[in-house]
Design a binder for this molecule. Structure first.
Ligand SMILES: [Zn+2]
Length: 246
């Protein structure tokens, strides 16, 4: 069939040709539009980019308190503040989500909703080849006394560990020292086998920005000034880490 395309063209009259042309155009348009959203987030290809991953979203609220305060909303709020901070520094920023949504519908793997959502986040990180990435979460505990920022890295990742330590140092100085003026508080750096850290190829840290179950931190996590400082401290930590790795 391929050898004699002309025979088929000749057989078509003008109307049919026009119809064929329009159909092809329609198919091309639909294919383009369908792929647009995915290609937009999957192919940023900016070597100077940093990926921010606000945990949970949409149907997945993450942890919560009795008043209905949801982790997913705090994560997104702080992540958008962090985005602003990094843009000011001149970095490209890619967000795994910029609104209240879960991402499982962008994944075609045969797995649970939860795993598909994580798989999309992993793909966004790996496809964009970022300088670094940070996953933002809120902690909870049965003990209301548990508090403080905890920063996790994958156990065998030396770069992840360096990044986590740099963020912790910045939190101690900028948030606990200068902002809360409490020298007894310290951010904790811990190794952990989290999917998003294990399955990604770039230096990353998962930051638990406080305990929703701790009365004091619960209030702070709803305070604009505090959340801005958290974002600022994480930004500083990332930037300092990147300076050190040049
Ligand atoms: Zn979480």
């Amino acid at each position: 069939m391929r050898k004699k395309p002309k025979i088929y063209v000749i057989k078509l009259d003008r109307k049919k040709l026009l119809l064929l042309g329009l159909t092809i155009l329609l198919i091309i348009t639909i294919t383009f539009l369908k792929g647009f959203r995915v290609s937009k987030i999957f192919n940023y290809k900016n070597k100077e980019a940093i990926v921010i991953d606000p945990g949970h979203g949409g149907i997945d609220g993450g942890t919560s308190d009795k008043t209905g305060l949801l982790e997913k909303d705090i994560n997104l709020d702080v992540s958008l503040k962090l985005k602003k901070e990094l843009l000011v520094e001149g970095y490209g920023v890619i967000m795994t989500r910029e609104k209240d949504e879960s991402l499982e519908n962008l994944s075609s793997i045969n797995a649970s909703r939860y795993r598909r959502d994580l798989n999309v986040r992993k793909t966004i990180i790996n496809e964009n080849e970022p300088l670094a990435f940070a996953s933002i979460h809120v902690n909870s505990s049965k003990k209301s006394g548990a508090r403080g920022i905890k920063i996790y890295y994958f156990p065998t990742s030396t770069e992840g560990k360096r990044l986590a330590e740099s963020i912790a140092k910045s939190v101690d100085i900028n948030l606990y020292g200068k902002f809360l003026k409490d020298d007894n508080l310290r951010a904790e750096v811990l190794p952990e086998d989290y999917f998003i850290l294990r399955e990604t190829k770039y230096p990353g840290a998962l930051v638990e920005i406080g305990f929703i179950t701790n009365p004091e931190e619960n209030k702070l996590l709803q305070d604009e000034g505090y959340k801005e400082k958290v974002a600022f401290a994480i930004k500083k930590g990332i930037v300092e880490y990147l300076k050190g790795s040049q």
